[in-house]
Ligand binder design. Structure first.
Ligand code: BMA
Length: 329
C-alpha cells in the first residue's frame, strides 16, 4: 500500500558538497519541469571529529549545530543533486535560525513556509522566492507558532494555511492542536479555526501539527500531519540520548470548500518508524513529512525527515490513501 522507496534515504549528509551532518525535514515541489527541494541542514559546528563524538553519545555542553537551508534538484524525484552552497541562512542578534521549510507553488511562484527561532519566541513565516537564492519574507506570526503549510490555490477567493500554535498555558504543556487560517494577500492572516485536536487522533497523546502541504483530490484536500506519542517511562534514545517522543505520520481529508473541516481520517498512522534509518539517528523513531506530490499516474510521493537525520521517500496510490480516510463527523 505505502512503500518505502528502495533508494532510501534519498538525501543524507554524505550527498551534500559542504558541511552537513543532519539532513532532514525537507519541502518538495514540482517546478518548471523538475523537482525542487529545500532541506534542513543541522551541521555539526565542530566538524568531523565532534560529529563522531556526538554519534558516540558524548554530548557537548554548547549548542552543537548550525542550521541552514539547502537547495537540491531532481529529474525524477528520487535522485537528487544538492546546490554547491546553502541557499538560506538567517542569523542576527534576534534571529537564531530558520528551519523545517515547506514548499508550495502558488500563483506560479514558489512559496516557502518555515519556522524561525528568535530570542523572543518561535515564529512561523511565509516567504516567496523566484530563484531559491533570495527569499522575500511576506509574513511572520507572533510567537509561538510553527509547522505552517499553504494550500496550493485560493479557496473561496482567499489563501489558506494550516498551522500549529503552541498553547502552553491554556492546554497545558505539550497539548498542541492543528489550526487553519486564511488571508486575502498572504500577509494578513485571520479567521482562524481549530481543525484537529490531539484528542481526536487515536495515536497521539502529546501534540500534533501540519506536515506536508495538502494535495487536491476530487474527494477533498488530502493532508498529512505529524502526531506525537510521549512516554516518559520509555527512552527511545538516539545520538541525543534522552528522547521520549515517537513521531508518526497521520492522514486526513479536508473539505474542498471549507478546509478547516475534517471529513475523513485514518484511524492508524500512515507511517511509523520501522526502517533502520527511521528507528536510529539523532532522535530515534521520528517520521516528519514535509512534502507531498500527486503525479498524473495517481502515485503520491511523500517526503519525510527520518530520525531527524536523513530525508526519505514513500509512495502510495492516491486512491489507496483516500480509502484509508474513514468518514468523520
Ligand atoms: C519538532 C520539530 C522538528 C523535529 C521534531 C522531532 O518539534 O523541532 O523539527 O523534527 O520535533 O525532533
Amino acid at each position: 500500500m505505502i512503500l518505502r522507496h528502495p533508494s532510501n534515504p534519498i538525501l543524507q549528509a554524505s550527498d551534500i558538497p559542504y558541511d552537513a551532518s543532519l539532513i532532514f525535514n525537507a519541502g518538495v515541489a514540482k517546478y518548471q519541469g523538475r523537482y525542487v527541494m529545500l532541506f534542513r541542514n543541522d551541521a555539526c559546528k565542530g566538524g568531523e571529529a565532534s560529529w563522531r563524538e556526538l554519534r558516540e553519545g558524548k554530548r557537548p555542553s554548547a549548542e552543537p549545530f548550525e542550521t541552514s537551508i539547502g537547495f537540491a534538484t531532481s529529474q525524477d524525484g528520487i535522485h537528487w543533486e544538492a546546490a554547491p552552497a546553502p541557499c538560506w541562512k538567517v542569523k542576527s542578534d534576534e534571529i537564531q535560525r530558520v528551519y523545517d521549510p515547506r514548499l508550495t507553488i502558488l500563483d506560479g511562484v514558489p512559496h516557502v513556509c518555515f519556522a524561525m527561532d528568535t530570542r523572543h519566541g518561535i515564529r512561523g513565516g511565509i516567504a516567496r522566492t523566484e530563484d531559491f537564492a533570495n527569499f522575500e519574507i511576506l509574513s511572520l506570526s507572533t510567537p509561538d507558532n510553527r509547522n505552517m503549510v499553504l494550500f496550493p490555490e485560493k479557496i473561496r477567493g482567499r489563501y489558506f494555511r494550516l498551522e500549529r500554535p503552541f498553547t502552553v498555558y491554556s492546554r497545558g504543556a505539550d497539548r498542541f492542536d492543528l489550526w487553519c487560517g486564511s488571508s486575502p494577500d498572504l500577509r494578513y492572516w485571520g479567521d482562524h479555526e481549530l481543525v484537529l485536536a490531539v484528542e481526536n487522533v487515536p495515536f497521539a497523546n502529546d501534540k500534533i501539527g501540519p506536515a506536508a502541504p495538502p494535495i487536491k483530490t476530487a474527494k477533498g484536500w488530502l493532508a498529512t500531519f505529524h502526531s506525537v506519542w510521549l512516554d516518559r517511562e520509555k527512552n527511545l534514545g538516539g545520538w541525543e540520548r534522552s528522547w521520549f517522543k515517537r513521531y508518526d505520520a497521520g492522514l486526513m481529508l479536508l473539505d474542498l470548500e471549507n478546509p478547516s473541516r475534517v471529513i475523513g481520517m485514518s484511524r492508524k498512522p500512515l507511517l511509523s518508524a520501522e526502517a533502520p534509518y527511521e528507528r536510529n539517528g539523532f532522535r530515534n523513531d521520528v517520521i516528519f513529512p514535509g512534502g507531498m506530490i500527486l503525479e498524473e499516474s495517481g502515485e503520491v510521493k511523500i517526503y519525510y525527515g527520518a530520525a531527524d537525520t536523513v530525508e526519505a521517500l514513500a509512495t502510495a496510490h492516491v486512491d489507496d490513501l483516500l480509502a484509508l480516510c474513514e468518514p468523520v463527523g
